[in-house]
Design a protein around this ligand. Structure first.
Ligand code: ADP
Ligand code: GN1
Ligand code: MG
Length: 366
């Protein structure tokens, strides 16, 4: 994007001081994120600026309504607990005319947050304790929102973790085959079709009222949490675009598929990709602790299946996007989404083999 355009956007927000730097930041697959540095009263002051992806979030104003509501709610709870509201939740920076977002002359939506200093978001587990800490924090996040008025939340992406609907869209993508790529990914397509049943398990349990809808994060990957550089504690849950009513087991599962892997999500060499039982166990322990007794017995029973379903769903989403010409997830090389899909399916296969052990571990901590 042109320098001039982004300067126009920056001027609209109520940032303090003189702009020193604006650089693309982070490794999210969805939004365009920038880190801004200002000099204010002789000190460095930093912010995050994001252009929201309006092809994915069809109603950015509703989305920002959710983010404003959820961050205000978390602020109150953190204050009541004597916590640090500038580091333990995202803090929106308003525009100069007092709005939580800015719509630019091209119709793009922007928002800004205080930059949380001395904290890191990891794309892969570097230290086992970080993963455990992230589990406690995601569980705790769900608990803080357990009495949030769920009916006021907008559904920012319809059927986001409706795995059965994801399967339907996947089949559509094969049928349409707009890029002529289906023939080349026959084994991956076969992998999904042999496991169709997986797509229905959680949706059916929820429909039958056996597992509850809760306010959940819905995108609980490790890089959506900030770990304090000094204390090693997970301090802040970020990326709140998909906070909506959802399933606790999906929040659990999404963390497992991303974090409890021996390799990166887009590793090309599949001989490096395994499901890591030790990391899984750490996360089970942390998540159950973080939820603080809120999970029902059936939810606990379904945690291992949740991990498998979310990994399967995500692999299927990457493959759907590959078939449709990579319009959803940002890619940085040819075949990037296919590589991502393959790591997920390798993990699913590994989980299938280890399912009994996964269940035994849950029993240990329930
Ligand atoms: P995406 O939806 O594209 O994943 P995120 O909201 O997760 O976007 O932001 C991308 C990255 O930017 C995060 O993984 C994190 O590294 C960084 N980030 C986002 N918000 C903040 C913040 N307030 N303070 C520090 N870093 C942040
Ligand atoms: C996207 O926004 P980000 O990069 O944290 C995606 C998740 C996927 C994830 C796969 C809104 O997450 O659902 O699981 O990529 N977010 C959205 O890495 O689709
Ligand atoms: Mg993110």
């Amino acid at each position: 994007m042109e320098n001039k355009e982004i300067m126009e956007v920056i001027r609209k927000f109520d940032f303090q001081g003189e702009l020193q730097e604006c650089i693309p930041y982070g490794s999210g697959h969805i939004n365009d994120t920038f880190r801004l540095a200002f000099c204010f009263e002789g000190r460095n002051k930093r912010y995050i600026l994001q252009r929201m992806n309006k092809n994915i979030f069809l109603n950015p104003e509703e989305l920002m309504d959710n983010v404003s509501g959820v961050t205000a709610w978390l602020r109150k709870k953190i204050l009541a607990d004597g916590g640090d509201v500038e580091r333990e939740t995202l803090n929106l920076v308003n525009t100069r005319d007092g709005r939580p977002f800015y719509k630019d002359s091209c119709g793009e939506y922007w928002r800004a947050y205080l930059f949380i200093e001395d904290a890191t978001s990891f794309d892969q587990v570097e230290n086992d304790d970080d993963f455990y800490q992230s589990a406690v924090a995601f569980g705790h996040f769900q608990r803080l929102l357990s009495d949030y008025p769920a009916a006021t939340l907008h559904e920012t992406i319809k059927d986001f973790h409706n795995t059965a609907d994801r399967l339907r869209k996947f089949k559509e993508a094969i049928k349409n085959d707009v890029c002529g790529r289906a023939a080349e990914v026959k084994p991956e397509i076969q992998f999904v079709l042999e496991r169709e049943k997986l797509a229905h398990i959680l949706c059916d349990l929820q429909k039958n009222g056996e597992i509850p809808l809760r306010v959940t994060h819905n995108d609980t990957k490790l890089n959506n949490i900030l770990i304090d550089n000094k204390t090693g504690k997970a301090i802040c849950v970020i990326d709140l675009d998909t906070v909506m009513p959802g399933l606790s087991v999906n929040d659990f599962g999404d963390s497992i598929r991303f974090g409890a892997s021996t390799a990166a999500e887009d590793e090309k060499d599949l001989s490096k990709v395994f499901f890591d039982m030790h990391l899984y166990e750490l996360y089970v322990k942390g998540f159950i602790e973080g939820c603080g007794g809120a999970l029902t017995e059936i939810e606990k029973d379904m945690l291992p299946v949740g991990a498998m379903v979310m990994t399967f769903e995500c692999g299927m989403r990457f493959l759907t996007d590959y078939l449709e010409g990579d319009h959803y997830f940002k890619i940085h090389r040819e075949g990037h989404n296919l590589d991502r899909c393959r790591t997920q399916f390798k993990l699913v296969k590994d989980m299938e083999e280890k399912l009994q052990q996964m269940k035994d571990i849950v029993k240990k901590y329930r």
